[in-house]
Design a protein around this ligand. Structure first.
Ligand SMILES: Cc1ncc(COP(=O)(O)O)c(C=O)c1O
Length: 443
């Protein structure tokens, strides 16, 4: 059992000065760690406990924590230039060129600091370009904290099919403009666009809904969305804030061969430094008032900050090396295969899911086509399994449906050690369940 005394002490201090002691609501969970160091695949807490990290800060850490090449580039840029607030830097030009080179939908690109800002701008642009108000999003997808999209992510069963805003204080008038469809259900989308003919500005989705783990799009679903949006003049937005750069330099759109009108990027783009991007068709992007003829407002004091741009350029350079994705995908496969063997050996009602460097174990049987199917996941088992892993030095966020990520810094040894610990924990949990004890008790 690990000792969390220092974390507990410092966390109490955090709570005195920050509501709940954390700066993002989803960072509040048990054990409430106070972290002091991160390097490669390992993070360290205030008690000196090391964890093999699969949380990856909700996804950005694709190369590993505190990556030497990225840090070196950032340090060297910091010696030369900082925020100027006028004109354009060479770094912004080079990064925009890289994104246009790699991401199929990117004819032009703008930078922001967070994924939420990018999706906010995408939605406003879609409304301006179409003169329509309504949006379609999918149950289980998350696109940031603004009223138009902050709803229906991990919805409690009794609220399924209803509007489920993430926040008090959201404007009903805004929420009402967003329609929620079921992922992988083209009939639902067809029905919705038929009922709201001429009213839909955009369909926005995570091409793989990673905010509920990893639900893969079924054959024909993304193609179908592309066909419907093209036919009806609706803007198709792929929110690739998670999938972009994690699943390939061109995002998931390159993998699946479907090109949206607009794409949002963030997270893995700069291996943990804050930068995000919105890119897409030239004629759409030129509507932003960064362009002399544009009238869609786009501004931000820190947009295109040299530190974020330098980190992104350096991260992309590492991702461009052939061995990088090979390693990420091979380790993802090794983990998924190992976990699948374990759950079948132990006879658990579980499904191992994932893509590339992303993996997780749902405690339910398939099929898993959308969030509605995931209501059957045993959330107590899911969270408790992860709490037990943390106590053995493996960090996966102990929160229902959250995915795990491997990075370039993970090795086959990390994976094998994780599998050993996972089997140990799962075997004990299965034994307990077999004799009628709660499988979810802490080990
Ligand atoms: C798919 C997706 N889009 C947008 C966002 C919002 O990004 P940010 O937290 O950087 O504002 C997130 C954050 O988790 C996300 O997962």
């Amino acid at each position: 059992m690990l000792n969390f005394t220092q974390s507990q002490k410092r966390y109490r201090a955090a709570c005195e000065v920050m509501p709940g002691g954390v700066n993002t609501s989803l960072r509040r969970c048990w054990p409430q760690l106070v972290l002091v160091r991160s390097k490669g695949a390992v993070i360290t807490d205030a008690d000196g406990n090391d964890y093999i990290d699969y949380h990856a800060a909700f996804g950005p850490i694709v190369l590993g924590h505190n990556h030497d090449a990225v840090n070196a580039r950032v340090r060297s840029v910091m010696e030369e230039i900082d925020l100027l607030g006028t004109g354009t830097t060479e770094l912004e030009i080079q990064l925009a060129q890289k994104i246009c080179q790699h991401v199929p939908s990117a004819e032009k690109v703008l930078f922001a600091n967070s994924g939420s800002e990018a999706t906010y701008a995408a939605v406003r642009l879609a409304r301006a370009a179409t003169g329509r108000k309504k949006l379609i999003k999918f149950q289980g997808c998350y696109h940031g904290g603004h009223d138009s999209l902050a709803m229906n992510v991990i919805t409690p069963p009794e609220k399924l099919g209803k509007r489920d805003p993430l926040s008090a204080g959201s404007l009903t008038e805004v929420l009402e403009q967003t329609l929620v469809c079921s992922f992988n259900d083209l009939d639902d989308v067809e029905d919705t666009v038929r009922k709201h003919r001429g009213e839909i500005a955009a369909i926005i989705l995570e091409p793989i809904p990673h905010n509920i783990g990893c639900v893969l799009p079924q054959q024909g679903f993304l193609e179908g969305l592309r066909e419907i949006t093209r036919r009806l003049g609706i803007i198709l937005i792929f929110d690739e804030v998670i999938t972009g750069f994690r699943h390939g330099l061109g995002g998931y759109q390159k993998v699946c061969g479907i090109t949206p009108d607009l794409t949002t990027l963030g997270k893995a783009m700069a291996n943990g430094y804050p930068i995000a991007a919105l890119c897409g068709k030239r004629e759409l992007m030129d509507r932003f008032n960064t362009h002399p003829n544009g009238n869609v407002f786009f501004a931000g004091t820190f947009n295109g900050h040299p530190v974020g741009c330098a980190a992104a350029l350096s991260t992309i350079e590492v991702l461009e090396q052939e061995a990088t994705y090979k390693h990420l995908f091979a380790l993802g496969d090794r983990m998924r295969n190992g976990l699948s063997d374990i759950v079948s050996r132990l006879g658990l009602k579980a499904t191992v899911a994932g893509f590339g460097s992303v993996f997780l174990t749902y405690f339910q049987e398939g099929p898993i086509r959308n969030y509605e199917d995931l209501i059957r996941n045993d959330s107590a088992m899911f969270v408790n399994y992860r709490m037990n892993l943390i106590e053995r030095g493996v960090f996966k966020l102990p929160m229902n449906l959250k995915r795990n990520n491997v990075s370039l810094s993970h090795t086959a040894e990390h994976i094998d050690r994780t599998l050993e610990i996972s089997e140990d924990v799962l075997r004990t949990m299965a034994k307990r369940a077999a004799v009628g004890e709660p499988a979810t008790a802490r080990l």
